[in-house]
Write a protein that binds this ligand. Structure first.
Ligand code: SF4
Length: 236
């Protein structure tokens, strides 16, 4: 089948079936590149979404602010509510203590997802959102099962909240994510987010004769396609 029908400007978006007979979604978002395609898909389905930015894992604060601002910029464009939650990084460091040398997708990431989704579920319970979900799973670099497990675990703390385990990568979602990132010239982060992922990405690059991570300077649309694919896969 030709790729064109799944591309951003050609895709005939189907109506998404959110669980729980509700039209209200609290969407945890990690960054603009991952969130953009998902936000469009949800909006096209007529689901009322509120974007919840809670990512105290992102280091350092300038990186956090830029990723947040980029996400808010696209929310404003789509006229969607954007919740700017705490940057309580001290709590994040406390929770991952002892897991500093875990590899990506390991135990530290489970704790990181748990913390972010627990806060999302708490906000949902306080403000009456019956369903939560996250943009983290669209990245092929992530373990979707690990993310869904954390999301379901966080939602299960509340009897009236469920976690929507939709696979956003399917039906060309990964392709449209990159197309949209280029179209909107989103900031292009080069590591997952925490100080340990920055360290490990730099170690990997240096071991392979590549330059260290550049922060705060690269936006989609000014690199070759193969580099785009690799970098967006690192986003979180
Ligand atoms: S690598 Fe990414 S998901 Fe894992 S702990 Fe660091 S920021 Fe969180």
């Amino acid at each position: 089948m030709s790729k064109a029908p799944l591309s951003l400007n050609e895709y005939d978006r189907p109506a998404l079936d959110m669980p729980g007979k509700t039209n209200q979604l609290l969407l945890h978002s990690c960054c603009a590149p991952c969130a953009g395609e998902i936000m469009l898909a949800i909006q096209a389905s007529g689901i009322e979404q509120t974007v919840f930015f809670y990512n105290p894992n992102i280091h350092p604060v300038e990186e956090y602010e830029l990723r947040k601002d980029e996400n808010k910029r696209f929310c404003d464009k789509l006229k969607l509510p954007f919740i700017d939650a705490d940057y309580d990084k001290d709590n994040w460091f406390e929770r991952v203590k002892g897991l500093e040398n875990e590899p990506e997708r390991g135990k530290r990431c489970t704790v990181c997802f748990d913390m972010r989704f627990e806060r999302t579920a708490l906000y949902a319970s306080e403000y009456g959102f019956p369903v939560i979900s996250s943009t983290l799973g669209i990245s092929r670099w992530k373990n979707m099962e690990q993310i869904n497990d954390s999301g379901v675990r966080a939602a299960s703390r509340y009897p009236d909240i469920s976690y929507w385990t939709f696979n956003w990568r399917k039906q060309g979602g990964s392709q449209r994510m990159i197309e949209l990132a280029k179209q909107e010239a989103f900031y292009q982060q080069e590591y997952c987010g925490c100080v340990y992922s920055l360290r490990d990405t730099n170690r990997h690059r240096m071991a392979n004769g590549r330059p260290r991570v550049k922060r705060l300077v690269t936006f989609y649309g000014n690199k070759k396609d193969d580099e785009d694919v690799e970098l967006i896969a690192l986003s979180s």
